[in-house]
Ligand binder design. Structure first.
Ligand code: DX5
Ligand code: ZN
Length: 233
């Protein structure tokens, strides 16, 4: 397993393959690899926890054979505890589960780590950061949804910014080690804002794959993120 280095001074763009052309997934992945990314975001939807169905374990297995990139599996499914082992075995490096999807969050996060993966917890737009207070010492990353999960191509909800700032404060106050990820409606127009708020992993689907040149799109967003880290406003 690859465990990414936790640093406040580095931001990663995580292209979400949900927006890619599944009929030529390998080519799409090569394109973002050329753009210099180190991880891929894999959206798993079951048609129950979210009103849409996407991809599952076999696709992660195929991705694992096709790329060395860190695979970040975002499980938008009911009963996530029944599936984490399969995703870990398929080759996911990072697995995140929704706070809203389980009543045994603590157990589930520990189990993800025991499987050798980074453990992430996700909160929907209507879920406050406070709901995570008892698990922040057991996670490698917190994913703040900046859209209601289920679909790509939605508009960024600015309420995510305060949550990111809040998480950053709590992390400093209690000396936690988690990274902060943001997902939904991210593109060149708001990269600087989310990075300044404290986001370190930026998931981007539409703004990467629905462009003529995904490699250039990720390079541009990485550049904007790096600039936002180094320039004061
Ligand atoms: C939404 C997914 C996102 C989605 C983001 O439920 O979790 O990862 O792919 O897509 P964009 O970047 O198009 O908002
Ligand atoms: Zn996602």
């Amino acid at each position: 397993m690859k465990r990414s280095t936790m640093t406040e001074f580095h931001v990663e763009i995580a292209p979400s393959i949900l927006a890619a052309n599944f009929a030529s997934l390998a080519d799409e992945i090569r394109a973002v690899e050329r753009g210099g990314v180190s991880m891929l975001h894999v959206d798993v939807m079951d048609g129950h926890f979210v009103p849409n169905i996407s991809i599952g374990v076999p696709v992660v297995e195929s991705l694992r054979k096709a790329t060395q990139l860190t695979l970040d599996a975002h499980l938008m499914i009911e009963h996530p505890e029944q599936y984490i082992e399969a995703f870990a075995k398929a080759g996911a490096d990072m697995i995140s589960v929704h706070q809203e999807a389980t009543v045994h969050l603590d157990r589930l996060l520990c189990a993800i780590r025991e499987l050798g993966c980074e453990a992430g917890v996700v909160i929907n737009p209507a879920t406050p950061v406070g709901m995570l207070s008892e698990v922040l010492d057991k996670v490698d990353y917190v994913l703040v949804m900046s859209v209601n999960p289920g679909f790509g191509g939605q508009k960024f909800l600015p309420g995510a910014l305060d949550k990111i700032r809040h998480l950053k404060e709590i992390r400093a106050r209690y000396n936690h080690g988690f990274r902060i990820e943001v997902d939904g409606g991210i593109g060149p127009e708001n990269v600087a804002e989310v990075v300044r708020a404290g986001a370190q992993i930026l998931v981007a689907g539409t703004s990467v794959f629905h462009t003529p040149d995904p490699a250039a799109a990720v390079r541009r967003m990485q550049q904007l993120a790096d600039e936002a880290l180094t320039t004061k406003v």
